[in-house]
Design a protein around this ligand. Structure first.
Ligand code: AMP
Length: 307
C-alpha cells in the first residue's frame, strides 16, 4: 500500500458565496487533501496544528477516513488557524477577508516515525518554513514531493518559498499565482520560468477552466467537468491536490502518462467538492459516484478525428 504524508492547514473557515454564508466550519488545505486522498488505497497522515477550540467531531471525521493524526498537534489554550473568504459572482475569484495564523505562527512540525519513508509527500498550503522542515525530516528521498501554495505566502515569505520550490518534484498552483510568482502573463512563459526554478513538473489549476500539466516541452490539458451547480469553490484546489497525490501514492508510478491520469483524478474529485459548502460533499462521497463521473470525464474529452 502507498504511503502519503500530508502537510497543510487544518482550519476553521467562514465562507460567503452568492448562495449563502457560513459561520466557522471545518476547512484547511490538509483537511481537503486528506478527504480527497482517502478515495484511494493509501495510508495517509496529516502533519499540522490546531488549537484547543478544535472540535473532537472533526478529528473523528478525519480518523474515520483512515488518516493518521498522531502528528496533528493540539495546542492547549491555543486558537485554530482561521480563514474567511468571499466569492465574487463569477465564483472564479474571491477576496480573502481574514487570515488569522493563531497556533500556526509558532508551529514546529514533527513527522511521524512510520511516515518518514512515505513514497509521496504532499506539502499543502502553509508556511514554507514548515514545508521545508518536513522535507528535511524524511529518512529517504520520497518518489515525489509535491507542493501547493498560495499568494499569501508569496506576499509574506517569498524567499523561503523559493527555497522550498528548489527541493520539490511537482508544483501545483493556480493561474494567478503562477503569474504572481513569475511576473509573466502568458501561462506558457510562466511555466517555462517555474520549471527552471526546480520542479520537473508543474500543474497550473484554472478553476472552472481545467488544469494544465507541464513537463519539459510537453503539455497536457484536462478540462473541469461542466457542472450545473457550483455552490462553493473553497478547497477545490486542495481537493485536486489530494486526488492527484493520493492517486500517485497508490499507483507508485511517476511516468508522465500516469501523471496525466492523476490530473484527471484530481479534477474529478474537485468537481464534487464544489457542490456543497466546505467539506460537506467530500465527507460521504462514495467510490461508485467517483467512478461514474470518471466515465463522464472520458466521454467529455475523447474524440475520433482523422489526421
Ligand atoms: P483553496 O480553495 O483550495 O485555495 O483552499 C482553501 C483552503 O485553504 C481553506 O480551507 C483555508 O482554510 C485554507 N487557507 C486559506 N488561506 C491559507 C493560507 N494562507 N495558508 C494555508 N491555508 C490557507
Amino acid at each position: 500500500m502507498g504511503k502519503l504524508l500530508i502537510v497543510g492547514t487544518v482550519a476553521f473557515d467562514a465562507i460567503e458565496t452568492p448562495f449563502g454564508k457560513t459561520d466557522k466550519i471545518l476547512g484547511g488545505a490538509a483537511t481537503f487533501i486528506g478527504l480527497a486522498a482517502s478515495q484511494f488505497d493509501v495510508d495517509s497522515a496529516i502533519v499540522s496544528v490546531v488549537g484547543e477550540d478544535f472540535p473532537e467531531e472533526y478529528l473523528n471525521l478525519l480518523t474515520s477516513k483512515n488518516i493518521d493524526l498522531s502528528s496533528l498537534e493540539i495546542v492547549k489554550g491555543g486558537k485554530t488557524f482561521f480563514w474567511e473568504g468571499k466569492y465574487h459572482n463569477d465564483l472564479n475569484s474571491r477576496d480573502t477577508i481574514t487570515t488569522e495564523l493563531n497556533v500556526l505562527a509558532d508551529f514546529n512540525p514533527v513527522v511521524p516515525e512510520n511516515f518518514k519513508d512515505a513514497n509521496v509527500v504532499m506539502l499543502g498550503n502553509l508556511h514554507p518554513s514548515v514545508q521545508m522542515s518536513v522535507i528535511k525530516q524524511m529518512d529517504k528521498k520520497p518518489d515525489l514531493i509535491i507542493l501547493d501554495t498560495m499568494n499569501f505566502w508569496m506576499d509574506n515569505a517569498l524567499e523561503e518559498l523559493k527555497g522550498v520550490i528548489k527541493e520539490i518534484d511537482i508544483l501545483t498552483i493556480n493561474d494567478e499565482e503562477a503569474r504572481q510568482l513569475t511576473g509573466e502573463y502568458s501561462l506558457v512563459k510562466a511555466a517555462s520560468t517555474i520549471l527552471k526554478m526546480g520542479p520537473k513538473y508543474l500543474v497550473i489549476k484554472k478553476g472552472e477552466h481545467g488544469a494544465l500539466l507541464f513537463h519539459d516541452d510537453k503539455v497536457f490539458f484536462a478540462p473541469a467537468l461542466p457542472l450545473e451547480e457550483v455552490f462553493d469553490p473553497t478547497g477545490a484546489g486542495d481537493t485536486f491536490a489530494g486526488g492527484f497525490s493520493g492517486y500517485l501514492a497508490a499507483t507508485k508510478n511517476t511516468s508522465f502518462n500516469n501523471l496525466k491520469n492523476a490530473v484527471i483524478h484530481g479534477s474529478n474529485l474537485a468537481s464534487f467538492s464544489v457542490e456543497k459548502f466546505g467539506t460537506e460533499r467530500m465527507e460521504n462521497l462514495q467510490r461508485d459516484e467517483v467512478n461514474k463521473r470518471l466515465h463522464q470525464f472520458k466521454t467529455l474529452t475523447q474524440f475520433d478525428i482523422e489526421l
